[in-house]
Design a protein around this ligand. Structure first.
Ligand code: PLP
Length: 455
């Protein structure tokens, strides 16, 4: 590869998502050209252990030939066909049946898109259509959480609670309302964790009552908020919020775009790990391990039975995309799940992912710069602070997350910086030796950054 030429064209023509373009103008971007297992290689052949799995998505690891073969085979059979009306293809049907067998029992219907944002938009349209259909056209308001991330289309950005993502945009305040995300580390001083859970659950109930239950359609949350900083809720939180929602006839959308397909050790986490049954689950990323775009909405029978049937006053659910149920994407999704099951990837995560979680907590928590190490299995976050006692943050200009990520990158490890946090979401195939490399590299990087700050 001619890296310099790629850098030139990249700067001139290639607009990266979520990017401050001034930040890499001098050196050029990091252009990934090859991959194998848990590793990626840049255009100059430098090797990195990918502690991010692309973007929380390459769950089975890179370079899996079977995935490529599944793509090729399906492309030869039929590369595209629509799923509109009475049309569809075998992989779309087969994957739907497979997903229905893995999801909570009551969620047996699947609607496809090509990304998480699209699937969350779809979920809102579904419940709006549902409430129109049953004669409750005012029941449209949506409650989401402050640090939730749900995507980048106009609607999913509005669902998103991460305020940074709203800068420069208008929201739809008549539609979306916020409650606090569970941030156990930064809970109000003097509150125990059980008291904090009471506070959060009560806040959801009060929010529903203040909007009026007759106006509230859905509560939207990730089982563990990812991009908001890997916020693990207090014990019982989701079950209790689900009980409140049920009491007022409010649907629950569980955004499992990150947490599904093994990251926490189960194919879907809502029911099996957090003990609640949502009305809709959205998933994407790990569904195909990122090898090809695909998202799915798992929909309850209750919603499906109303929205799927044409009624006298109008059509059935008029929503969909050219690539809904794309046969090549669905064939890759099927192959991905087949591989995951064959190698018992979820079992591996329950073992090695738990080791990863424990090692990060054990080896990094006592470092002076580290305020909190949190997360579950292969979904982890390190939050840096200026003062461990007061939890005071460092000056944002120090860009602590970037400094730690840069030190790691220099010795062949990619971790994701997010302001004063660093996110870890590696491929789920990681070995114990690779876990040890990540933990020791981070340990040294954080100490080196600390030394630099003292200088
Ligand atoms: N929901 C969650 C929880 C996510 O983490 C993301 C992306 O990171 C999305 C939705 C949006 O997915 P996409 O970028 O595929 O549209």
């Amino acid at each position: 590869y001619n890296t310099k030429e790629l850098w030139n064209n990249d700067l001139k023509h290639n607009m990266h998502p979520f990017t401050d373009f001034s930040s890499f103008k001098k050196e050029g971007s990091l252009i990934m050209a090859e991959s194998e297992g848990a590793y990626v290689f840049d255009t100059d052949g430098r090797k990195y252990l990918d502690g991010i799995a692309g973007l929380w998505c390459v769950n089975i690891g890179y370079g899996n030939e079977e995935m490529g073969q599944a793509m090729l085979d399906q492309t030869r059979r039929i590369p595209y066909y629509s799923s509109f009306g009475h049309l569809t293809t075998p992989p779309a049907v087969e994957l739907s049946a497979k997903l229905a067998s893995l999801a909570p029992k009551s969620l047996s219907h699947v609607f496809y898109g090509t990304g998480g944002s699209m699937s969350n938009d779809t979920a809102v349209r579904m419940v709006h259509f549902y409430f129109n259909r049953i004669g409750k056209p005012n029941k449209k308001q949506i409650i989401t959480r402050t640090d939730g991330y749900h995507g980048s289309t106009y609607l999913s950005m509005t669902l998103t609670g991460v305020e940074y993502d709203h800068i420069g945009f208008d929201l739809a305040p008549d539609l979306v309302h916020r409650v606090s995300a569970p941030n156990v580390y930064r809970r109000p001083a003097g509150m125990t964790v059980p008291e904090y859970c009471d506070f959060l659950v009560n806040e959801v109930e009060q929010k529903i009552l203040s909007i009026g239950p007759e106006n509230v359609a859905m509560f939207v949350a990730e089982p563990i908020a990812g991009a908001g900083g890997v916020l693990v809720p207090p014990e019982g939180y989701h079950q209790r919020v689900a009980a409140v929602c049920k009491k007022y006839g409010v649907f629950i959308l569980s955004d499992e775009v990150v947490t599904a397909f093994g990251r926490l050790g189960e194919m879907f986490s809502s029911e099996k790990i957090f003990g609640f049954t949502p009305d809709i689950i959205t998933c994407a990323k790990g569904l195909t391990s990122g090898y090809i775009p695909l998202s799915a909405n798992m929909i309850s029978d209750e919603i499906y039975d109303v929205i799927s049937v044409p009624q006298a006053e109008g059509a059935s659910f008029t929503h969909g995309f050219t690539y809904s149920g794309h046969p090549v994407s669905c064939a890759v999704g099927l192959k991905n799940i087949e591989i995951m099951e064959r190698i018992d990837l979820c079992g591996h995560v329950r073992e090695v992912g738990k080791y990863f979680e424990n090692q990060l907590i054990e080896k990094l928590s006592d470092l002076p710069l580290v305020g909190d190490v949190r997360g579950s299995h292969f979904m982890m976050c390190i939050e840096s602070v200026a003062n461990k006692e007061t939890k005071e943050l460092l000056d944002p200009n120090i860009a602590i997350g970037n400094r730690i990520a840069d030190k790691c990158q220099a010795v062949g490890l990619l971790v994701r910086p997010l302001a004063h946090k660093n996110i870890l979401s590696p491929p789920l195939t990681l070995t114990v030796a690779e876990v040890d490399f990540i933990v020791s590299t981070l340990h040294k990087a954080i100490l080196d950054v600390q030394d630099d700050l003292v200088k």
